[in-house]
Design a protein around this ligand. Structure first.
Ligand SMILES: Cn1cc(Nc2nc(NC3CCCCC3)c3c(C#N)c[nH]c3n2)cn1
Length: 279
């Protein structure tokens, strides 16, 4: 079996979990047979700005360990001119794969996972980080709780066609907030400006919508351009089929408000009745 050495410690590779462009995520074992995830990034093709973005992501991930259990554990990392290794806790499955296989989610799981996601995103917001590209593949299930694995800071090194991060949802528009699509302030070619925390609330709302109705709000629109128009079109109503959990329905309707100023805030979501009592 192949091995990886990080800061002098050797790890046995069990399998590759995912890959995209220059980054790969492996499931590994240490000498005590403890399971870890190792993220490997090849920096040989990366420009200085990309290298800087990865260092920035690692700095924040390392710092935010202290503030929430819903941020993936980063145990160690090794950065050289040609590669990065990040030794992290290994999730059982990412939320995207779990949602795709599960379709129906129990009200208890949904509420618990929602609480976890809110705590993780509230933690990064409290430290001035706006993800702006949240989707289920950014979360993993670790022993029954959901953890955020990245902050959207590092440039997702554009995967070459052959190695799109398997199921990593790179480039999906389904969770994109209207203001990011309409955001005319960013120069063409620049990544859309991370205007405000409300964009992450919209994306989280789309994830909760998927955990409630089994699909994202605009999933039925397969043409990407038509999908973008529907997201920004206030005369295109988002359907909220009636459900028994009225608090959940209110959360969904409050997150999926197209005007970011009228959209519920993360703080208000944490105090929402939906989270106050178990179903
Ligand atoms: C499918 N699957 C995922 C796991 N667990 C897991 N996946 C991680 N990344 C996956 C890479 C591919 C796309 C989905 C996320 C990381 C991680 C990072 N970055 C840190 N810990 C992790 N644990 C087990 N099966």
């Amino acid at each position: 079996n192949e091995t990886i050495t990080i800061k002098g410690k050797q790890f046995i590779i069990l399998k590759m979990i995912g890959r995209g462009g220059s980054s790969k995520v492996y499931q590994v074992l240490d000498h005590k047979n403890q399971l870890f995830a190792v993220k490997y990034v090849n920096l040989e093709e990366a420009d200085a700005q990309t290298v800087e973005s990865y260092k920035n992501e690692i700095q924040h991930l390392n710092h935010l360990q202290l503030y929430s259990d819903q941020i993936i554990k980063l145990y160690d990392y090794e950065i050289t001119n040609s590669y990065i290794y990040m030794l992290m806790e290994c999730g059982n499955l990412d939320l995207n794969t779990w949602l795709r296989n599960r379709k129906t989610v129990t009200p208890l799981d949904r509420k618990f996972y929602w609480r976890n996601m809110l705590e993780a995103v509230h933690t990064i917001h409290s430290h001035g980080i706006i993800h702006s590209d949240l989707k289920p593949a950014n979360f993993v299930l670790v022993n029954g709780s959901v953890k955020l694995i990245d902050f959207g800071i590092a440039n997702t090194i554009q995967p070459d066609v052959t190695s799109i991060m398997k199921d990593s949802q790179v480039g999906t528009l389904s969770y994109m907030p209207p203001e990011a699509i309409k955001d005319t302030s960013s120069q063409p070619g620049q990544s859309r400006s991370k205007i405000c925390t409300k964009g992450d609330v919209w994306s989280l709302g789309c994830i909760l919508y998927c955990m409630t109705y089994g699909k994202t709000p605009f999933q039925s629109i397969t043409n990407q351009i038509a999908k973008l128009h529907a997201i920004i079109d206030t005369s295109h109503p988002i359907e909220f089929p009636d459900i028994s959990e009225k608090d959940l329905l209110d959360v969904l309707k409050s997150c999926l408000v197209r005007n970011p100023r009228e959209r519920i805030s993360l703080k208000e979501l944490l105090d929402h009745p939906y989270l106050q009592h178990s179903p």
